[in-house]
Design a protein around this ligand. Structure first.
Ligand SMILES: *[C@@H]1O[C@H](CO)[C@@H](O)[C@H](O)[C@H]1NC(C)=O
Ligand SMILES: *[C@@H]1O[C@H](CO)[C@@H](O)[C@H](O)[C@H]1NC(C)=O
Ligand SMILES: *[C@@H]1O[C@H](CO)[C@@H](O)[C@H](O)[C@H]1NC(C)=O
Ligand SMILES: CC(=O)N[C@H]1CO[C@H](CO)[C@@H](O)[C@@H]1O
Length: 884
């Protein structure tokens, strides 16, 4: 379908046409002013322009701020302040706390002529970033900056991608340009853009401790980031952007380990939204469910199979001719759908989520279009008509999310259609196709036959109100005038032939006079923000649940994310682990997961069983498939049915563990899912591991990853480990030099997954499955899970100690202050006669739920394989101790 060979050729050409770097003069530093926490200077082009792909900008401004002890801000912008910078209301900037350059952990230094700068770790003198290898290039439509790196660096991030978690270091290119990307191909740009990387250094050889730092380029520009080696063998990372400024946040990390960088990045990009408890349940969706009767059968068949189902999702099938805010009158009649949601879902504690797309059908008698047009909410073409393209419903227009009236219009449409009293009473929304995806490949897309509609609609339209005083060139960061916004000379390696193909034309102007050229990568972020705020208007005291396909840095403030339209293959099953690691640990995105069993293609029984089990260990857990794929609900195969039933049961026992992890992420950016090296930063064997992951800091998940295999080999780092399922201590000889070792597990059944508890952890588990609470049986919904008591699993480390935490609240309130409990558990094998568990913390959440059992794995101190239990009844509205 895609002309791949041609694309490859084009990107080669764009590299080949670049003049050698040596011809560019770079910049010269003058007028330096500095204080204890800042430095500002002028940068002036140091010679004859090289104008590689556009015009060199002569006068730049350098601003350096020591924002906190661990965050350094370096901004290189045009002196006139016209070049586009991300609007502060779209991505708020963190406030500077004016740290002292004397005490800051990062040092900035520069060379004056030609200008280059270094960022150095103060404690070790380690150079983290060094732009001296090549002159800075800052043109109207092309910017380049290269940093020198140590050989074979450990780099992570720069998503969205489906490549290895640790990025390749030679001849590798990451293109950031949000795009519909069916089959999530490797080495290509996908749905979202996250211009942040973490670099981890082992300290090996230098005698210093391992350390991680992060580099966030606050830029929405289309870009290629090259990671490679120069002819002389020097390792580099190089940014090549088609606009924006160089706006860097350097994050120093800290002694507590790599997760410090995740927290520091969250402080810049914005903390992830706390999710409602129910959203951790199991979700089922399918594009192509023919009618409501079929949807009802799915619910009934899940129930009959004994697989807990939390939420049903409506893909575009529910719509009338694929129109937002409509229901198909025959297949999904509105009243029947409403009744179904009310009685058969809500009545049984289940949930319902519907899809909305940004493309609004361009048709004069279509209410959402008519009302939007009256308010002037849509993007405009050059001639003042609404800018149009093709999407599911046919010819469409797209909301301009930057216009303030758009949020009002969208909110009103959502409040009306989803009115709990007489509309479809959804529990959350799913926003798709928001890259934005346009089925038009090029400028000739809309045929003249459609001109008739165009004119008739055109006349209905009122002029768009505008921000009168503002225009490009006003020093407001709105974007330089007089650029070629449609075909810039530097061609990023977009996987479609041009910047504008299959998306909105980049020369379309937004309400505030910025252009899609500069804001393309923010389209979904702004749609997410508007949709989040609409859901808040609908239920002002409840946490909104929103899922988005396209993302940018900071999108997790508003929405969960799934990894898009993958394929039902073992390869994409494996890719989901790499994507999970990147999003959770680096991109500040805790609530993520893939379409379980794959979206496109036909799922095979064994693969689907494995994926059903793996998915249960990922934060967002949804089975979803394309219209062209065959049905893949878990109950459709015996093996998958059995695997899923057990997987969901285990997940539901751990729901509060996940929830506590999400809470941590929303509080301070601590990642929920982590790669091994986050906990073993000194162990080089962990740096490339991307087929296993930690949930929280206590559970190591090691799925079988080979096609159709029942054997898995994985790395088990140094420490004490216990099998999560059998509770047995994993006999594990510490390798030479105190490292870990590779473990092979054979005979892993289709319903099994090796999961180990890290010695030193305490896990609160709900007694929610049949085996753990024979009286009540399996909890079938998260609502039921919440009524179940806890057992506490203590997994002591080599010193006989362990700790853990539990967060409790009502699961849905936006503001739980005063009505939440944050409980810290501590185990010390040397206290009491044979050890003591202590629970302390703040206890604001009123609950009848109790801890009824404490299980200590091993033999507490000496690491035997037995376990000890104490049964009892300890309330969760105050601290307690349990003596062994
Ligand atoms: C930091 O310095 C700037 C500029 O002097 C000032 O506007 C700001 O209020 C200061 N912030 C803090 C937290 O002191
Ligand atoms: C539900 O199960 C019944 C009985 O096995 C089967 O006939 C029907 O096709 C199933 N429907 C769906 C939508 O899964
Ligand atoms: C954008 O450029 C294309 C191709 O030149 C042109 O057809 C279109 O009218 C332009 N649109 C705007 C809004 O300038
Ligand atoms: C190749 C393919 O099947 N692509 C599909 C991926 O999914 C989207 C829907 O999100 C379809 O539009 C594509 O046709």
């Amino acid at each position: 379908m895609m002309p791949k060979p041609v694309l490859a050729l084009l990107s080669l050409l764009s590299i080949a046409s670049a003049a050698p770097l040596a011809t560019c003069p770079g910049y010269r530093v003058t007028n330096v002013q500095s204080g204890d926490s800042y430095l500002v200077a002028d940068l002036t082009l140091a010679g004859t322009s090289c104008n590689l792909y556009s015009q060199d900008i002569t006068n730049l401004r350098l601003t350096v701020e020591y924002q906190t002890d661990t965050r350094l801000h370096v901004l290189i912008s045009d002196r006139e302040q016209n070049v586009y910078q991300i609007q502060d209301n779209i991505l708020p900037r963190p406030a500077s706390q004016n740290a002292s350059s004397q005490t800051a952990h990062l040092r900035f230094s520069y060379e004056a002529n030609p200008f280059s700068f270094k960022v150095t770790r103060a404690s070790t003198g380690d150079v983290l970033f060094d732009t001296s290898p090549s002159p800075l290039i800052f043109e109207t439509q092309y910017l380049r900056l290269r940093t020198r790196l140590p050989p074979n660096p450990n780099l992570y991030g720069l998503g969205e991608h489906s490549d290895s978690f640790r990025l390749p270091t030679d001849g590798y290119k990451r293109t950031l340009w949000n795009s519909e990307a069916p089959y999530i191909p490797q080495n290509q740009n996908l749905y979202g853009s996250h211009p942040v990387y973490f670099e981890h250094r082992s300290g090996g050889g230098t005698g210093s401790a391992p350390a991680t730092h992060g580099v966030f380029l606050r830029s929405a520009a289309g870009m290629d980031i090259m990671i490679g080696r120069s002819d002389s063998g020097e390792q580099y990372l190089e940014y090549n952007t088609i606009g924006g400024v160089f706006d860097f946040y350097f994050l120093a990390g800290g002694a507590a380990g790599p997760e410090e960088v995740s927290k520091q990045y969250a402080a810049v990009a914005g903390l992830p939204a706390m999710m409602p408890y129910w959203s951790l349940g199991f979700h089922q969706c399918k594009y192509g469910w023919p009618d409501l009767a079929h949807v009802k059968q799915v619910v009934a068949n899940y129930s009959a199979a004994g697989i807990p189902l939390e939420a049903m999702w409506g893909d575009i099938d529910y719509m009338d001719n694929k129109l937002d805010f409509s229901t198909d009158p025959v297949r999904y009649p509105r009243d029947q759908l409403r009744e179904f949601v009310q009685d058969e879902l809500h009545g049984k504690g289940l949930r319902y989520v519907q899809i909305l797309d940004p493309g609004i059908r361009y048709k004069s008698d279509y209410g959402p279009f008519k009302r939007g047009a009256e308010k002037g909410v849509f993007l405009k073409a050059a001639d003042g008509s609404w800018y149009r393209g093709l999407q599911w419903p046919g010819e469409v227009v797209w909301p301009d999310w930057i216009a303030p009236q758009t949020k009002e219009w969208w909110t009103t449409e959502i409040l009306t259609f989803y009115d709990p009293n007489n509309g479809i009473d959804v529990d959350g929304l799913w926003i798709d196709m928001n890259e934005a995806s346009n089925m038009c490949a090029d400028t000739t897309c809309l045929s003249s036959a459609q001109e008739t509609t165009r004119r008739s609609v055109h006349t209905n339209q009122r002029p768009l109100p505008s921000l009168a005083a503002r225009a490009p060139g006003d020093g407001q960061h709105l974007g330089l005038p007089n650029r070629d916004l449609f075909s810039p000379q530097y061609r990023i390696s977009n996987h479609y032939p041009s910047l504008s193909s299959r998306t909105l034309f980049t020369n379309v102007t937004n309400f505030d006079t910025t252009t899609q050229y500069d804001t393309h990568n923010l389209y979904a972020l702004t749609m997410s923000s508007s949709s989040h705020s609409a859901l808040l208007s609908r239920s002002p005291t409840k946490r909104p649940f929103l899922l988005t396909r396209s993302t940018f840095s900071g999108s997790s403030r508003f929405a969960a994310h799934w990894f898009g339209d993958n394929f039902s293959s073992w390869a994409d099953y494996r890719a989901s682990i790499r994507q999970l690691l990147s999003f959770s640990a680096v991109h500040n995105y805790p609530m993520v997961g893939s379409d379980v069993c794959g979206f496109n293609g036909q799922a095979q029984e064994r693969m689907c069983a494995r994926w059903a089990v793996l998915g249960a260990w990922q934060p967002f857990y949804r089975n979803h498939a394309d219209v062209s794929a065959s049905d893949q609900e878990f109950y459709r195969w015996e093996v998958v049915k059995d695997a899923a039933r057990k997987a969901v049961a285990v997940r539901y026992r751990l729901l509060d563990y996940f929830y506590t992890g999400l809470y941590g992420a929303s509080k301070d950016g601590t990642p929920l899912v982590r790669p091994l090296w986050f906990l073993w930063p000194e162990d080089e064997n962990t740096y490339g591991a991307d087929t296993q992951f930690l949930v929280g800091d206590g559970l190591l998940v090691n799925p079988v990853v080979e096609d159709d295999s029942q054997t898995v080999s994985f790395y088990l780092p140094e420490g004490v480990w216990y099998d999560f399922f059998s509770h047995k201590r994993v006999d594990h000889q510490t390798g030479h030099g105190g490292g870990g070792q590779t473990i092979t597990v054979e005979g892993v059944g289709w319903d099994q997954i090796p999961v180990y508890i890290r010695g030193g952890s305490i896990l609160p588990l709900r007694l929610s499955d049949a085996s753990s609470d024979s009286e009540k049986g399996q909890a079938m919904t998260t609502k039921e899970v919440r009524t179940r008591n806890f057992e506490i699993i203590v997994a002591p480390d080599a010193n006989g100690k362990a700790s853990g935490r539990l967060y409790l609240d009502d699961g849905e309130s936006l503001d739980s202050s005063g009505r939440e409990s944050e409980i810290e558990f501590g185990w010390d094998g040397s206290l009491g006669s044979q050890g003591r568990l202590e629970a302390r913390g703040t206890f604001g959440y009123e609950t009848e739920v109790k801890v009824v059992r404490v299980v200590v794995l091993g033999d507490g101190v000496n690491g035997g394989s037995g376990e000890r239990k104490v049964e009892g009844s300890w309330g969760l509205m105050g601290g307690f101790t349990v003596d062994f």
